[in-house]
Design a protein around this ligand. Sequence first.
Ligand SMILES: NC(=O)c1ccc[n+]([C@@H]2O[C@H](COP(=O)([O-])OP(=O)(O)OC[C@H]3O[C@@H](n4cnc5c(N)ncnc54)[C@H](OP(=O)(O)O)[C@@H]3O)[C@@H](O)[C@H]2O)c1
Length: 190
Amino acid sequence: MNITFIGIGNVGSALADHLAQQGHPVTIAARDPSSDTVRAAQEKNPNLIPKPVTEAVSEAEVIFLATPFAANEAALKSAGDLSGKVVVDCTNPVGTNLSHGLNSTLSGAETVQQIIPTAKVVKAFTIYGFENFENSAYSGYKAGDAALKPAMLIAGDDAAAKATVSELCTQLGWEAIDTGPLSMSLHYPC
Ligand SMILES: NC(=O)c1ccc[n+]([C@@H]2O[C@H](COP(=O)([O-])OP(=O)(O)OC[C@H]3O[C@@H](n4cnc5c(N)ncnc54)[C@H](OP(=O)(O)O)[C@@H]3O)[C@@H](O)[C@H]2O)c1
């Protein structure tokens, strides 16, 4: 599956590295291909190929958004046509003292969907720290015991898009738990 990342810092580089290790062609939708985060991601995994943002996005079936929440609008508006694309929103609207940055009135994921109304936004990869994306192993998990597999809460309004993201979660070592429509993201909370 062709996958690209908008934002390739702590979260993006960990997920991109593991998805590439699973055999997916993974690109970096790089606003600056010589940035420190692009370079660090490539040092981690040389198979991550930086491309101009609109080219990377147009080629991708799945786009991971892993930017600071405040950068979401600028990043998405410069990404070109996202119609019909699965967009995995990994961002958290973090407010002061780790409060909900939107005063718990609206999820960050819904604001992303408002910016790109024709894309299929799925919220995922927001309830753990990036260290867990680098290594999703859970010591209590025994192979084959699905009940003890680490859970990944996801939400979205499009069933097929959620199925795609669930499959990627499985490949990355998580059991995806579908919490319902995108509005459920507010209750993670994110
Ligand atoms: N850190 C965690 O443990 C964690 C866990 C779950 C969710 N999150 C959420 O995940 C998101 C990313 O967190 P992070 O820790 O990975 O951040 P980070 O390490 O600071 O990386 C941010 C990335 O976004 C890029 N970026 C910034 N502004 C941009 C713009 N306007 N357009 C395009 N790209 C832009 C940066 O590129 P440059 O290098 O060019 O600046 C960088 O590659 C945040 O929303 C955070 O709340 C974080």
